[in-house]
Write a protein that binds this ligand. Structure first.
Ligand code: AMP
Ligand code: ZN
Length: 118
């Protein structure tokens, strides 16, 4: 999957602002942030989306790292939203599984509008 932009980010072939990294997972700031904090967490191995037979342990790591990112960014107490867009109806645009961590400002109730894009 050398054409996959998040595989390229994982390999360091596209620059990114790393927030957290371990053997299996990379967290980096979104290039078009929807809030003061907007970080993406990806598995270093390519999975297209949440329905791509992702090992449960890896899913656990992604969400555990989401909580760690909130601490690193100082939003664990104020709160944050964790979002996975999976497939066409969810408007997934990058087809390498990723978890959004969004916070640093209040968001409205409801799930319709992703991160409440202005
Ligand atoms: P989604 O709509 O869930 O597929 O979200 C894809 C996200 O990836 C969007 O929020 C984009 O702004 C973000 N994005 C795309 N390319 C890059 C990149 N090279 N570095 C960081 N974030 C990116
Ligand atoms: Zn990929």
């Amino acid at each position: 999957m050398s054409e996959c932009i998040f595989c390229m980010v994982a390999k360091g072939e596209i620059p990114s602002r790393t927030v957290y990294e371990d053997d299996s997972v990379l967290a980096f700031d979104d290039i078009a942030p929807q809030a003061p904090v907007h970080t993406l967490i990806i598995p270093k191995t390519h999975y297209a989306d949440l329905s791509d037979d992702v090992p449960a342990a890896l899913l656990g790591s992604l969400f555990s790292v989401a909580a760690q990112v909130a601490v690193i960014k100082g939003i664990d107490k104020s709160g944050y939203r964790v979002i996975v867009n999976s497939g066409p109806d969810a408007c997934q645009t990058v087809h390498h599984l990723h978890v959004h961590v969004i916070g640093g400002r209040p968001m409205s109730h409801g799930m319709v509008n992703f991160a409440d894009r202005p």
